[in-house]
Design a protein around this ligand. Structure first.
Ligand SMILES: C[S@@+](CC[C@H](N)C(=O)[O-])C[C@H]1O[C@@H](n2cnc3c(N)ncnc32)[C@H](O)[C@@H]1O
Length: 259
């Protein structure tokens, strides 16, 4: 199985619907767990987006949107938002959430035991501002135009050729617009051949970090406005969790090099 096929499975769909739309007790049914790591797709927007920089009628793009929670959160601040993901399954469900505002799924308790649950888009979000498209962040269609905010949440270390995606970003972000990149820097050969990793290896005996490569690639076009450490929690089942800390960087597009 190709590693990306995982994002077409029932298991991934359940995991991501819970990650994006689950309540605190659904995601973390333990009082002693890392509660600060909940609501990651919401916090990628609420903690990273520099609201004051957005123009009226702002356009947003969420690359690698999965089942769309950050895309909807961007719609609180942008009049139009596009969410793009490679997974046909995720985009099909994200579209249902856009149309119906809710989607039923099964929460994994243990083994084959499931609890019925429903993912619900918050009622105060204008869903008509959002569209979802299946696509490849490494080969986007040329006529997308420019955006005032582009978000890549935990996408880069799941791409076959992350550098190919990075170099297209200056053309996608309007002058003065912002690029938000979060990544747990979980470089794995099954998704990205080591020759294509952005960090996590030695070059000439010296460590290369993902942050250093982002700076080297993006700084000709953007200024780095902030870096943050964003914890997140993915529930696999009621007694097993992935706790990670993403590196979040926010970049402001230079106006003089606007495409
Ligand atoms: C680790 S998940 C992160 C999803 C979401 N942004 C979040 O933070 O929960 C990675 C996502 O990237 C998507 N993806 C992988 N390769 C992609 C590509 N070439 N283009 C667009 N999306 C891709 C996967 O389908 C999956 O939804």
């Amino acid at each position: 199985m190709n590693a990306l096929d995982y994002y077409e499975t029932d298991r991934a769909l359940s995991e991501y619907l819970l990650f994006h739309y689950g309540s605190a007790p659904q995601v973390l049914p333990w009082s002693f767990g890392p509660a600060g790591a909940l609501d990651y797709p919401v916090r990628c927007v609420s903690e990273c987006l520099e609201f004051a920089r957005l123009p009226g009628n702002a356009r947003g793009l969420d690359l690698g949107c999965a089942v769309g929670r950050s895309t909807f959160e961007l719609a609180r601040h942008c009049s139009r938002v596009i969410g793009i993901d490679y997974s046909h399954r995720f985009i099909e469900v994200a579209r249902r959430l856009q149309i119906d505002g809710a989607f039923p799924f099964a929460l994994v308790e243990e083994g084959q035991l499931r609890t019925p649950a429903t993912a619900v888009v918050p009622a105060d979000i204008d869903r008509s501002r959002v569209t979802f498209e299946q696509g490849d962040a490494q080969a986007l269609q040329k006529d997308l135009g420019q955006f005032d905010v582009v978000l890549l949440a935990n996408l880069l270390d799941r791409l076959r050729e992350p550098h190919r995606c990075l170099v297209t970003l200056p053309d996608l972000v309007a002058g003065g617009g912002q690029l938000i990149i979060t990544t747990p820097c979980t470089w794995l050969e099954e998704y990205t051949a080591q020759a294509n990793w952005l960090g996590g290896f030695l070059r000439d005996g010296k460590p290369v970090t993902t942050l250093a490569t982002l700076r080297h690639t993006l700084e000709p076009h953007f200024s780095l406005s902030q870096t943050r450490d964003l914890p997140f929690l993915i529930r696999e089942h009621s007694r097993k969790f992935q706790w990670s800390v993403a590196l979040a960087t926010v970049w402001i597009r230079h106006s003089q090099t606007r495409a």
